[in-house]
Design a protein around this ligand. Structure first.
Ligand SMILES: [Fe+2]
Length: 422
């Protein structure tokens, strides 16, 4: 009986992994939203229906393999299904190993500065305006989706302010200590109240930073853009506010979203680059909304000689831009894996690399990438992947090395000085 139960769990886990792998991959690609929703809905049904089917067809009737141990009596189609599930299980074991060995430490980089409770409850109809506004999408979120907010242990309403130090290999000493407030994936929509976003914006306004960057997925609902002046519109920084859009913005009137962001004083970086005078040096900033909007930003020969900061909605752009020698990439999109299971790790990350970059700090060559867990989402449920606003301090490796040498000398001096007698 024990082995039968174990086999049942293994087959079920392998099956679920196959569907989750498919969903993660397709959501990282520019596939029409209706197709994505169909795949997602099939995934939802299949994950719960498959164990019931196996239990009924294999456990209770037919060969009763789980109870009799007569696995040789399985019909050829079931053997094929079980072989596929075994492949899924092997993939799951690999993912768990990769999470423990490689990804987990990247996700835990930095320190938590504050934990803020965000208001629960969805937006009232009058808060979101009428259906006749530009884009004309009012009630996008189903009642069932909104009910997810009431799920026990849901951490969607626990906002973390974190601070992380990043040290790209070629970051110049003149720019040592540049600070950036990194925001991402606010998904303005009626699942949440206006107060939810205003509380998050108030927390962001308390973070001191030289510049503010937003890495896409601003809104799921055109009507909720009316909340911008009292949320993202209330933020400012000496070197300006910069933004790109993401795949969810691409589903609605993204030109309108762009113009509303520009109207509240944010600089549009979608598909563009710009030179930013930072006093002692110049930084080139760029924005990559590929594969959903605009083209890949082009770096001129002059740009390549300067420190470069890129906003990219998807962390899938990391290999391309690290190959281009970009110093720092700020991304979002993967929401920290949305659900992090004990032992197993992150589950849902819409990326063609699966759960390779759910959130945190990643280094490849001379490029450092920070992936934000973002604030909200179309699916308002999070476990182990709290919403996040992040203060990044960009350090020059040269200055860091000098600083640690100075510290070493000071501690040596303190140790060699004779102890004073009182
Ligand atoms: Fe998102």
């Amino acid at each position: 009986m024990f082995w039968s139960l174990l086999a049942f769990l293994a087959v079920t886990a392998g099956h679920a992994e196959l569907w989750i792998t498919l969903v993660n991959r397709v959501y990282g690609l520019p596939i029409p939203i209706r197709t994505l929703h169909r795949i997602r809905a099939t995934h939802d049904v299949a994950i719960f229906a498959f164990p019931c089917l196996v239990y009924w067809r294999i456990g209770l009737s037919g060969p009763s393999a789980f109870f009799s141990g007569q696995w040789g009596q399985l019909s050829p189609p079931w053997i094929v299904v079980f072989l596929a599930c075994s492949a899924g299980l092997a993939g799951l074991i690999y993912s768990i190993g990769a999470w423990w060995i490689r990804t987990r430490r990247c996700m835990t980089a930095g320190t938590r500065v504050a934990l803020i409770a965000l208001p629960r409850g969805s937006a009232k109809q009058e808060d979101t305006g009428s259906a006749e506004t530009a884009g004309g999408r009012t009630e996008l979120v189903s009642a069932a989706t909104k009910r997810l907010t009431r799920f026990p242990l849901n951490q969607q309403f626990e906002l973390e302010t974190t601070e992380k130090q990043l040290a790209p290999a070629n970051w110049p000493a003149e720019l040592d200590g540049l600070s950036i407030l990194h925001l991402s994936d606010w998904h303005l929509c009626s699942t949440f109240s206006r107060q939810f976003y205003e509380t998050a914006a108030a927390a962001a306004s308390r973070v001191r930073a030289d510049m503010i960057c937003f890495s896409g997925d601003l809104s799921d609902d055109i009507d909720c853009l009316d909340w911008l002046p009292t949320t993202l519109g209330s933020l400012s920084a000496p070197l300006g506010n910069w933004f790109i859009l993401g795949n969810h913005d691409a589903l609605i009137d993204h030109a309108h979203i762009r113009s509303r962001m520009v109207a509240i004083g944010w600089n549009d970086l979608g598909g563009k680059t710009a030179k930013l005078d930072v006093g002692p040096a110049t930084v080139v900033v760029g924005g990559d909304e590929v594969p959903w909007l605009n083209a890949v930003p082009r770096w001129s020969a002059d740009d390549r000689a300067l420190p470069r900061l890129l906003l990219a909605h998807s962390p899938d752009r990391f290999p391309h831009h690290s190959g281009e020698g970009v110093d720092l990439i700020l991304a979002g999109h993967t929401h920290g894996g949305q659900i992090i299971l004990p032992v197993v790790g992150p589950v849902y990350a819409p990326s063609r690399y699966g759960c390779r970059f759910p959130s945190g700090v990643y280094v490849q060559g001379s490029t450092v990438m920070h992936v934000s867990r973002g604030l909200a989402g179309m699916h308002p449920i999070r476990f182990g992947a709290r919403p996040e606003i992040t203060r990044l301090v960009i350090r020059s490796p040269k200055c860091l090395a000098e600083h640690s040498r100075d510290e070493l000398r000071t501690s040596d001096r303190e140790q060699t000085q004779p102890a004073r007698r009182d």
